[in-house]
Design a binder for this molecule. Structure first.
Ligand SMILES: Cc1cc2nc3c(=O)[nH]c(=O)nc-3n(C[C@H](O)[C@H](O)[C@H](O)COP(=O)(O)OP(=O)(O)OC[C@H]3O[C@@H](n4cnc5c(N)ncnc54)[C@H](O)[C@@H]3O)c2cc1C
Length: 425
């Protein structure tokens, strides 16, 4: 006899936190993540505010807790197709994509060396390319190669198979459908960046010198900026706050995180490129709590200029490749037209869609918490734009709610461990 597990959808910091807290309180957990790795958007950050430490700090400790727990069953490259039933007695149908690389992979690195096919690296927001068989990042969990079936199978070369000594690759692998009885559901599906291409006046996509804030998290800042401007000794980098946010034509809400993010990124650039100058164009600067420390550090730096005014336009100049920007300077009652070496668009955050019948959304696309059925909980950026500490707090609270559901459910006669489903990392 066993209790039905708790289902967590989304393996970002919110989902991972809910999973480890629930598991360590004795609950069985199934963690479903659509990407081939855990960590969500945090795994793709360069540093965390407020302390500016690498995101591995926060993730690694959770990965260790996952490894030490027998209660967490992880399904990466998977999505939830359907949930039926009621609180305590749900049935979930999970779709898992074909697992072309299995647990025998040791990440030895032989396969990408022979793979002839390249693809844009989505983990790096397209700022570089990978082979069709790749590991998203050195801190990826599970740490094994994965194959982009769409590009690999079209090429049809199978070179990776010939060099794999561990029988870890199966190019004939098929997707599978997994059905499980569960007691409750935590939705931790997070966010994605607003598409900067939808604001053509800011020039995104017209050249390398206009990037978004998420791209900047993955770029080797110093090398990238220096490579753009070998001739300029004192590069100027501008940030356009509220790219898409607080704009009724795009996202009517404040994404909450972008001000703190820009201040963090400005400090990172200044640290890595001490000769640089930064101009931040903002509507309002919204940072609170411990994140104000980052603002204090920015204010103390004479090479960072904060200009209250929205950026109206940006375009790459044909003659020298610099970015010409136009913006308001409200406090000085003037318009600014100048050139910068790099423009960073601080794009807003958009909720990922869950796609389940039980989940309704508000007008802004975030989950309508009040309409969720009993036994469903939503946390972190599935509910609203939130920083990591807020997401972690909400996830911990949801684990407690999940515990209450599991404890109030009668034991289930079927074992949930084992089977040929590939559950586990
Ligand atoms: C540029 C930028 C920099 C930032 N820097 C910081 C910082 O320094 N400090 C800080 O505190 N915060 C920062 N943030 C905010 C931080 O990224 C979020 O707080 C954090 O990502 C929230 O985690 P989450 O788990 O709620 O969502 P996510 O990180 O989005 O994770 C959600 C997970 O769910 C998965 N998923 C989505 N849909 C499905 C589905 N249908 N089925 C299965 N899986 C699914 C996704 O693949 C993802 O892995 C930054 C944000 C931006 C935009």
């Amino acid at each position: 006899m066993t209790t039905r597990p708790l289902l967590i959808i989304g393996g970002g910091i919110s989902g991972i936190t809910a999973a480890v807290e629930a598991a360590e309180a004795g609950m069985e957990v199934i963690l479903v993540e659509k990407q081939p790795y855990l960590g969500g958007r945090v795994a793709r950050l360069s540093r965390y505010f407020p302390k500016l430490c690498p995101p591995q700090c926060g993730l690694e400790i959770n990965y260790r807790r996952i490894r030490n727990s027998r209660n967490i069953h992880i399904l990466t490259s998977s999505t939830v197709d359907k949930i039926s039933g009621t609180k305590g007695n749900f049935t979930v149908r999970i779709e898992r994509s074909a697992q072309y690389v299995n647990n025998l992979c040791t990440a030895c690195g032989e396969c990408p060396a022979v793979c002839p096919v390249e693809r844009p690296d989505e983990f790096y927001y397209g700022t570089r390319r990978t082979k069709a068989i790749f590991i998203p990042d050195e801190i990826t969990v599970p740490f094994r190669y994965t194959i982009d079936g769409d590009v690999c199978l079209k090429a049809g070369c199978a070179e990776c198979l010939s060099v794999c000594k561990y029988q870890a690759i199966d190019l004939y692998a098929q997707p599978e459908t997994i059905t499980r009885e569960i007691s409750g559901v935590i939705l931790a599906t997070g966010w994605k960046p607003y598409d900067a291409g939808r604001i053509p006046e800011l020039g995104f996509g017209s050249g390398d010198r206009i990037v978004t804030n998420v791209m900047l998290e993955r770029l080797p800042v110093r090398e990238f900026i220096v490579s753009l401007l070998p001739a300029r000794s004192s590069p100027v980098i501008a940030f356009a706050q509220c790219t898409g946010s607080r704009d009724r034509n795009h996202l009517p809400y404040c994404s909450g995180i972008c001000c703190g993010t820009t201040l963090k990124q400005a400090l990172m650039i200044r640290e890595q490129l001490p000769e640089s100058r930064i101009k931040i164009f903002f509507i309002d600067l919204r940072v609170q709590g411990r994140n104000e420390d980052v603002l204090t550090r920015v204010l103390a730096d004479p090479n960072i200029e904060l200009i209250k005014g929205k950026m109206a336009g940006a375009r790459i100049q044909h003659n020298d490749g610099l970015v010409e920007i136009e913006a308001e300077d409200i406090l000085n009652g003037r318009k600014i037209r100048t050139t910068v070496d790099l423009l960073v668009l601080a794009t807003g955050m958009v909720p990922e869609q869950v796609g389940l019948d039980q989940v309704r959304t508000l007008d802004n696309g975030y989950i309508d918490r009040d309409s969720l059925p009993d036994g469903f909980f939503a946390v972190g950026n599935a509910l609203h734009p939130a920083d990591v500490p807020t997401s972690v707090k909400e996830a911990t609270a949801a684990a407690l709610k999940g515990l209450q559901v599991v404890r109030s459910t009668p034991p289930h006669p079927l074992p949930i461990r084992g089977g040929a489903t590939g559950i586990g990392i």
